[in-house]
Design a protein around this ligand. Structure first.
Ligand SMILES: [Fe+2]
Length: 231
């Protein structure tokens, strides 16, 4: 599987704290069938892009070396989970925050009480910067519940949605929304959003991967990000 959403990079956000933590997560991820993972540390717009990129590169290179020493064969790619704030209107380096060289940005928004108009305006601003939008865990945004027509309009504009695997096994509105996104064909990808080795999030990925039916969301679509087939 290709995991487009992870916090496996150490000492950079609220995910892995040490390189040992990173290796513990990746070792479990390999056993559960992950073959490629994008490191997507949290980045809040308004923070310094340069220092974030420098730190991410250093950590990723260190981690790649450790992976090969430990015979863990997961390919890493650099990305970020970008929290969208009003700084979107000032930030000129969005392209550098996208996944690899894809121009696709994993984008996170306020979970509740974001006005729909504001949400849409943020998305327009990202697109205006010639950056493609992959919305992280839409099931967390309560203002999207019951808004299938709006979601379809966004999909028609080229916006894509990444659902967290663990959400698919949860009860309640978030779980219902996540399942609706997958079964209706609105989700582009399912990712882990893994932060800690002990979490059940990788198990959820492995469980979801059992059905050939969902291959598109774990393998085919995520791979398109790297082959430039996402337009
Ligand atoms: Fe995340």
């Amino acid at each position: 599987m290709i995991d487009l959403h992870t916090h496996i990079l150490f000492d950079i956000d609220d995910g892995a704290e040490s390189i040992e933590d990173s290796l513990a997560i990746l070792s479990r991820a390999e056993k559960r069938g992950i073959t490629k993972a994008v490191v997507t540390p949290h980045f809040t717009l308004g923070d310094d892009v340069e220092s974030f990129l420098k730190k991410r590169k250093e950590r990723t290179e260190q981690l790649k070396e450790e992976l090969s020493k430990n015979n863990i064969s997961i390919e890493l790619c650099e990305g970020a989970e970008v929290y969208i704030t009003d700084e979107i209107y000032n930030e000129t380096r969005l392209k550098e925050l996208t996944i690899g060289t894809s121009g696709v940005m994993l984008s996170e928004f306020k979970y509740h009480s974001l006005k729909i108009d504001k949400f849409l305006d943020y998305i327009e601003e990202i697109l205006f910067n010639n950056v493609k939008v992959l919305i992280a865990h839409p099931e967390r945004y309560t203002y999207l519940y019951g808004r299938e027509r709006l979601i379809d309009m966004l999909i028609n504009r080229g916006v894509r949605f990444q659902v967290n695997a663990i959400s698919l096994y949860e009860e309640g509105e978030a779980g219902d929304f996540a399942r609706m996104m997958v079964t209706s064909g609105r989700a582009f990808a399912v990712g882990s959003d893994i932060h800690h080795a002990r979490s059940k999030r990788l198990d959820a990925m492995a469980e979801f991967n059992k059905s050939e039916k969902w291959r598109r969301l774990l393998w085919d679509n995520p791979s398109k990000i790297f082959t430039g087939e996402v337009n």
